[in-house]
Design a protein around this ligand. Structure first.
Ligand SMILES: NC(=O)c1ccc[n+]([C@@H]2O[C@H](COP(=O)([O-])OP(=O)(O)OC[C@H]3O[C@@H](n4cnc5c(N)ncnc54)[C@H](OP(=O)(O)O)[C@@H]3O)[C@@H](O)[C@H]2O)c1
Length: 508
């Protein structure tokens, strides 16, 4: 680091622009930090960096309000266009089209800037009708290829569009009216001819495979799935694994060096849940994804289970691996992915020394700036309940008049869950025995865990408070409100257990 300079990580546009501008105006050198050919941030004169951090904090409420106003205006325009093209669209469908097709950061048709609004609205409605009001998803689940499923549902879509007041001429069938790029945007990849998807017996998931059923989060998910009493659950586990599994789960041993063993274990499964230890080789998940496609598994929940605010910040912190794996799932064209976003795990992060800034063994707390920045956090059981509730949803809304959520609503997208939105001061109140230690200003990068946590405590732009950006699915999934005191009660015990394990390891 050049003397008198500080590091600004890539990710917050406001800070990057102002650091660049002020350094330029001061006629000082600005360093661009590159890692593996990708820009990861800037080195900026410290005085300017501090000024920009302070300015960003001060202007945050105004900037947030402006963004919200702009977003509301965009949605307002889309709503007006929707009403003009489809004056008789039912209110609940209107809401879904706007919420789903135009969801921020979703990558869906409503968010692209490459086609005009009238076209975006038309495509968003077609995609909505196809998935929500026709047999399309059921046909795909039954092994029908995509083109045939489209042909078979064309008339149903056109009929509904007319019922909703669409007046323009459809001189060609809908799918021929739309260019290739538009089709890709309106309808993300679905199974190709090369693979036959598993025929689901009905509109409900039954067979679930899980990697890591003996692990931290996997065991919670497996337990919650078992509690539903409606799934056949198979643990996919290495032959050499020493893991112990909840009772009632079938175990399939696999060898990551022999992909056939994975394909065999996944045959007949409708969902593959991957929870993988952080030390596993990076291509382990890739092998599972390829095997899932070969075995025709329609849904994959890849190894996520953490924070997600934007693709940019995720890549900046943990590299492009997760994004690449999601992309691979889409490219293989057989499975669809659903990412579980749960924030940092509450007990894990509060009891792991230094993560949320607390060291239970030393009875010490370290604050990130003033300790007032909030982030979303989830308990282990809540993550388990989220996955169990998600996989209990009907696969599609076909045949249902209730209009409730379906699994297909989350196709190639994320489910957002959270137990609490808290700042460090609130953690501290619940941990009265802890006393504040030194102040840690945003930049201590001694270890990966600290970098990761520190980044999400950065002030501004809801760094770790994803509920403000993406909303939460708790209510849709019927998740309970949790009690913070109860959740905290297990933290000290967990911290002491961790300490005891470390002591034992050192003694051995
Ligand atoms: N939000 C948070 O605060 C937070 C914290 C930590 C992790 N996470 C995320 O959650 C994911 C799961 O973490 P976890 O702590 O639940 O995992 P974990 O308990 O450490 O491990 C899960 C499973 O991974 C398998 N595994 C372990 N090492 C492996 C290796 N070298 N090769 C192949 N398989 C291996 C094991 O299954 P078998 O023995 O049955 O084969 C193990 O049961 C992480 O990857 C990370 O993305 C989130």
């Amino acid at each position: 680091m050049p003397k008198g300079y500080g590091f600004l990580a890539k990710g917050i546009r406001y800070k990057t622009l102002h650091c660049r501008k002020l350094t330029h105006e001061a006629k000082k050198i600005l360093y661009i930090v590159v890692d593996k050919k990708k820009q990861v941030g800037l080195r900026v004169p410290l005085s300017i960096l501090h000024q920009v951090h302070a300015q960003a904090k001060q202007t945050l409420p105004t900037r947030r309000a402006a963004t919200e106003k702009r977003d509301a205006a965009d949605i307002g325009k889309a709503a007006a266009e929707l009403h003009s093209q489809f004056p008789k669209i039912p209110e609940k469908d209107k809401e879904k089209v706007l919420k789903h097709g135009f969801k921020k950061h979703s990558g869906r048709v409503g968010r692209t800037s490459s086609i005009p609004l009238s076209r975006k609205v038309l495509l968003a409605v077609i995609a909505h009708v196809r998935h929500q009001h026709t047999t399309y998803d059921t046909l795909l689940s039954g092994g029908e290829d995509r083109d045939m499923a489209r042909k078979k549902t064309r008339k149903q879509i056109e009929t509904i569009m007319r019922e909703w007041g669409f007046k323009e001429a459809l001189n060609k069938p809908i799918h021929e009216n739309i260019t290739f790029t538009e089709t890709a945007l309106a309808c993300p990849p679905t199974p190709s001819l090369h693979y036959k998807r598993l025929a689901m017996s009905n509109n409900q998931i039954k067979n679930i495979a899980i990697v890591g059923a003996s692990g931290n989060i996997g065991s919670q998910i497996a337990t919650a799935l078992l509690a539903k009493g409606q799934f056949n659950i198979t643990a996919i586990s290495r032959a050499e694994s020493k893991g112990t599994f909840p009772q009632g789960i079938k175990i399939a041993h696999i060898d990551y060096n022999n992909p056939d063993t994975i394909v065999k274990a996944l045959k007949g499964q409708e969902v593959l849940i991957i929870t993988m230890g952080v030390l596993a080789a990076p291509d382990t998940q890739t092998k599972l994804i390829r095997a899932a496609a070969e075995a025709g598994v329609p849904w994959v929940l890849p190894n996520e289970y953490g924070m997600y605010t934007s693709e940019e910040v995720q890549n900046e912190l943990i590299g492009p691996g997760k994004a690449k794996d999601r992309q691979l799932i889409e490219e293989l064209g057989v499975s669809s992915w659903i990412g579980v976003v749960c924030g940092f795990w509450y007990a894990h992060s509060l009891s792991g020394p230094g993560l949320y800034g607390f060291d239970i063994a030393k009875r010490e707390a370290v604050f990130f700036d003033e300790g007032t920045e909030k982030l979303n956090t989830s308990t282990f059981p809540q993550v388990g309940r989220t996955v169990a509730a998600l996989l209990s949803l009907p696969v599609s809304s076909q045949g249902s008049t209730e209009g409730g959520p379906t699994l297909s609503d989350y196709r190639n997208s994320r489910v957002y869950t959270s137990s609490f939105a808290l700042n460090q001061l609130q953690f501290r109140r619940k941990n009265a025995m802890l006393k504040p230690g030194e102040q840690l200003k945003g930049g201590n990068r001694m270890a990966f865990g600290k970098v990761l946590y520190t980044r999400y405590f950065f002030p501004g732009d809801y760094a770790g408070l994803y509920e403000k950006i993406h909303g939460l699915d708790n209510e849709k999934l019927g998740l309970p409100q949790e009690d913070l005191d109860e959740a905290t009660a297990e933290v000290e015990a967990r911290g002491e257990r961790l300490l005891e394990t470390i002591r034992k390891t050192l003694r051995a």
